[in-house]
Design a protein around this ligand. Structure first.
Ligand SMILES: [Zn+2]
Length: 332
């Protein structure tokens, strides 16, 4: 009896030891896997320059130089099924993100419709003169913004001074205003002006008291709603005071430029200029897009040089950058 029992006991003890080892091994593997996942998550979130809405702080500034370059090595995150468009079918001069500055001349493509605003509805903004013109895309956004401003506050004080200018008009404007070397910092050369796009306009304020005021000086006092909300209508300040080294133009505090959503929100909340934004976007190809969160929506933005990769289905926008590439944006 004793002989029969002992081997049986020893076998049972051996079996228990093996299963305990297996359990320990499984736990070790589990812990290592969890640790690896946590480390990867932390590194991944630290590298992403995404913004959240609303921003936690107005000082959340991420210079493009500090982000992006290393991100092209990150795990691809685009899960949007795609197709390719021949870039010969598109025009790098078309779209809300065209870049025009002293290095990038611009001619308006035939596809852009320029409207004379005196002939159009302008219920909730005024015109300084009858020759103010805009591209239809910028005009539509301006109407939405000024209508909402009037609805919410009872009055919209924006008065448009100048919009689209062709090269000849810019030449006259430049020659009339540039009298000496120091003036050149404030005026764009003919052929190289943001005003050639039809997507921008200069404003002043026309208040209920019948007086006019500079937007730059009275932006928060007399145009608080516009100043707080223009980014939600696709507009940016094209020439921030501290960005002359990028834009080539000294601060012009009354020049609105239409770039579209979500770009306007990202640019404004990060405190960067259009040149910096496009530098950043150019570091994000289709398989590593820039992610922009606006309220509950997530946008993916990527840059294409050569073949243009767009979503196979659904809505998306493509804009040329006037430099040789295209920016694709999709709301997920
Ligand atoms: Zn201007």
């Amino acid at each position: 009896m004793a002989n029969n029992y002992k081997p049986s006991y020893r076998r049972q003890k051996t079996v228990l030891t093996a299963s305990t080892k297996a359990v320990i091994a499984m736990l070790v593997v589990l812990v290592i896997t969890l640790a690896a996942f946590l480390v990867k998550s932390v590194i991944s979130s630290a590298l992403k320059p995404d913004i959240t809405y609303p921003p936690e702080s107005g000082q959340d500034s991420a210079a493009p130089e500090e982000t992006g370059a290393e991100m092209t090595d990150a795990v691809p995150v685009t899960d949007v099924p795609s197709r390719t468009v021949d870039p010969a079918r598109l025009d790098t001069r078309s779209g809300s993100l065209v870049l025009v500055n002293a290095q990038n001349a611009y001619t308006l493509p035939d596809s852009v419709r320029i409207l004379t605003l005196f002939d159009e509805r302008h219920d909730n903004f005024t015109l300084d003169n009858i020759s103010v013109r805009l591209a239809d895309e910028a005009y539509d956004a301006l109407c939405r913004m000024t209508d909402d401003c009037a609805d919410r506050t009872g009055y919209c004080p924006l008065m448009l001074i100048s919009g689209f200018r062709d090269e000849e008009e810019q030449r006259s404007y430049y020659e009339a205003n540039v009298k000496n070397e120091s003036d050149k910092a404030y005026f764009e050369l003919p052929g190289y002006s943001d005003h050639h796009t039809g997507l921008c306009f200069d404003v002043k304020l026309y208040d209920r008291d019948g007086l006019s005021y500079s937007y730059g000086r009275y932006a928060t006092e007399k145009a608080k709603w516009i100043t707080e909300n223009y980014k939600y209508y696709g507009f940016i300040m094209r020439y921030p005071a501290n960005k002359e080294s990028y834009t080539g133009i000294a601060g012009e505090s009354n020049h609105f430029r239409y770039v579209g959503i979500p770009h306007s929100i990202y640019i404004t909340e990060k405190g960067i200029c259009l040149e910096e934004y496009l530098q950043l976007v150019r570091r994000h190809p289709y398989d590593d897009p820039l992610k922009i969160e606006v309220e509950h929506d997530e946008y993916l933005v990527w840059y294409c040089h050569g073949d243009v990769i767009v979503p196979r289905d659904g809505d998306y926008e493509v804009s040329g950058d006037n430099v040789g590439g295209f920016v694709v944006s999709v709301r997920k």
